[in-house]
Each structure stands twice: as C-alpha cells, then as structure tokens.
Design a binder for this molecule. Structure first.
Ligand SMILES: *Cc1c(COP(=O)(O)O)cnc(C)c1O
Length: 375
C-alpha cells in the first residue's frame, strides 16, 4: 500500500461546480465562460479540475504555456484550449497536432502558424492579444489595424478572437477599467464584429464588478476556486450568493512539548518563550508551501482553536503555541487552510499575513502537497 504524507490538500469538487454555475449565471447566456486552469488550476490540479468543469458544461480552457495545453489534450479534455503566453516557433506544429488555439502578439508566430497550415492544407484559428493598459503581453490598439490586415493576408490563418486583460478590474471603483474597455471595443472594427469574432477581456474581477465587459467570452480564474480577486473586501461586499472556497489544507500534530520560560524556538531563536509554554511540532514547512515569511505570524486551527506559529518555519517542520488549548494530542488534525469547528482560516487571511494574495497561497499549498478530491 502506498504510504501517504501527513499533509493533505483536499479539493471540494461540489464547491467548484457551485462556483462555475454561479459565474455562468453572472456572465449571462450570451457569453461563454473560459476556465483558466494555468498553474495546475491554481494548485487544484489542472486535469481533474478541467474534467469536472467539462462535466459541468465548460468548453473553453486557458493555460499559460503550450506544454500545459498538450497535457490537457492528452488527458482527453475536449473543447477549445487556449495558450496565452506564446510558444517557441520550433513547436508550431503542436497547435495542429493537438488542436490548440494560440493567442498571438507578434507576427513571427502568425507566419510560422501560416506556413504550417499551408503545409498541412489546414486552417488555424488564432486570437490576438491587445494591450489596452495592462502593459504586459500584447500589441497596442494603434497597431491592431495593420496587424489584423496583414494577418488576414496570411494563407491558412483565421482571425477568430481578440483578447485583452484588465489590470484593475478587481477594484470596484477603478475608472480605468471602463476606460480600458472602451479602448478595447474601439480597437475592433465593425467588420470583424460582424464576422463573429470572439472578444474576451474580463477576468474574475471584471465578471464580478463589471459584468458589462464580458462580451462573447469571459476568463475566470480565482473565482472558480472560490476567492474574490480583491480578497475579503470583495467577499464582504458580495450581496448575492457567495463563492465557495474549494481548497483546504491540513496536517497533524507530530509531537507536543512543554518548555519553560526563556527558551529559544527554532533556527535563529527568533522567538523566545516568556512563560512556560506548550508547543506542538507540525510536519509542515516551506517545502510544503508554508512560506517562511509566515514565521511568527500565521495561525492554524487545532481542536477548533487558533494557535500561532512560533519561531522560524523550517523546510519540513514548524512549531505552534498551544499553551491555551487543552488536551492537544499527537495525531490531532491541524488545519492551515479551511474550517475546523466554528473557526475558519481563508486563503485571504494567510495572504494578509504573507503580504500577498490568495492566488499565491493556493498555488503554494496546492502545488506542493498531495491532493485528494472530494465529490
Ligand atoms: C490568469 C488570467 C486570468 C484569470 O484571472 P483571475 O483574476 O484569476 O480571474 C484571465 N486572463 C488571463 C490572460 C490570465 O492570465
């Protein structure tokens, strides 16, 4: 029998379904929902998540790199799979072999796809990325006219979509989002709109805060996994049905020890006890995605109560203060992310301690631990 780790990430598939259907309702019937499953579905497991979402009716998936898209196809995922951050020209043939959709932002990629299309006597549908204010990947709106004209001249290439990305749609009051949306809409001439081009620029923030920007397709990432892109602010502001967090992360107590006052804990003795203290040693460290920056900051749940991490987080171990919690025993469950008893620690709360965002916490826990799926 395979031996499993003390540490477990549990992925609640019914919460994933709930979020998918909630987002579908927000987007409306006219727009498609593309599921962003990059970064191993933000730590939730790309293939399993894509399978579940396919069952729920999802027909479009987005990843960063070509290799991720190939893995999805090889796992039998159907529908459109978008590669968002480009590809090496040497790998151009893969888009045909695996029926993938490139999102392009330079002419060299277009030319390579065109010559492969001609060789195969096939067509390749491409989406063009326009930078309307994110200042990341994409051609500028001013360049779009020339770019698309040249693209349409390339044999075998079909311009089937235009994409952009919002830098501030998570902020309900960001004026720049609608300004940028205006720029995006003006970029695409009416002839292309009539040609049934798919426009997509909305991320989770836009779906939740600016639903009028969803166009023909919206790309949901963090919201599928149950978090608001603006963290607790968005969660509190939610007046309708709430998203449900999909991931939990738990472990167990390895050892309980009692130390007198004046004793240093862990590397560097960054914490020194001021009174007799009971500590629980836990088999979770930065190797398991518990960032070292959480040393002396993060809290965990033991016996339904909060316990603070004391001293530096090591590679595979950390210590928490359980002085105030009665009867903690070796083997007791410890929750790092999720609910235990009446209390709950969210990815947003951990992100707050880390000076980061829920996205990073989910990737860290999810991509560094065994996952178990709960129907
Ligand atoms: C990651 C990503 C998204 C999803 O963003 P969320 O804030 O997680 O919804 C959408 N579009 C692109 C291009 C992305 O890279």
């Amino acid at each position: 029998m395979p031996v499993s780790s003390f540490n477990k990430v549990a992925v609640n598939l019914s919460a994933l379904h709930h979020n998918y259907h909630l987002l579908k309702r927000r987007i409306g019937d006219n727009a498609k929902l593309l599921a962003m499953v990059k970064a191993d579905a933000y730590g939730h497991g790309m293939i399993r998540v894509a399978r579940e979402l396919s069952k729920a009716g999802c027909e479009s998936f987005g990843v960063a790199e070509l290799c991720e898209a190939i893995s999805l196809r090889q796992a039998g995922i159907r529908g459109e799979i978008f590669v968002f951050i480009g590809f090496s020209l040497a790998d151009t043939a893969c888009f045909f072999d695996y029926n993938l959709t490139p999102v392009i932002f330079d002419f060299e990629s277009a030319r390579a796809l065109s010559s492969e299309a001609v060789t195969r006597n096939q067509e390749m549908r491409v989406h063009v990325k326009v930078d309307c204010g994110m200042t990341r990947l994409g051609i500028y709106p001013e360049e779009f006219g020339r770019f698309s004209t040249e693209l349409l001249r390339l044999p075998g290439i079909v311009l089937s979509g235009v994409a952009s990305h919002f830098p501030r749609a998570d902020e309900v009051c960001s004026d720049s989002t609608m300004e940028q949306f205006g720029r995006f809409k003006r970029t695409i001439p009416d002839v292309l709109k009539k040609a049934k081009i798919v426009r997509h620029t909305a991320n989770s923030g836009a779906i939740l805060n600016f639903p009028e920007t969803c166009c023909e397709m919206a790309r949901a990432g963090i919201s599928l996994y149950g978090y608001y892109p603006d963290g607790v602010v968005g969660k509190i502001a939610e007046k309708r049905e709430q998203l449900q967090p999909v991931m939990t992360f738990s472990s167990q107590v390895l050892q309980v020890k009692i130390v007198p006052a004046g004793v240093g804990v862990s590397y560097g003795h960054s914490f020194v006890t001021t009174e007799p203290t009971r500590l629980a040693v836990l088999p979770v460290g930065y190797e398991d995605g518990l960032s070292r920056s959480l040393s002396n900051k993060a809290e965990v749940l033991v016996c339904g109560k909060r316990a603070r991490i004391r001293g530096r987080i090591c590679m595979n171990l950390c210590m928490v203060d359980i002085t105030h919690i009665e009867s903690v025993a070796v083997g007791d469950e410890v929750v790092f992310l999720g609910r235990q008893g009446k209390d709950c620690i969210s990815s947003d709360e951990i992100a707050g301690w880390m000076g980061s965002i829920s996205y990073e916490v989910l990737c860290l826990f999810g991509n560094n631990n065994e996952r178990k799926y709960i129907e």
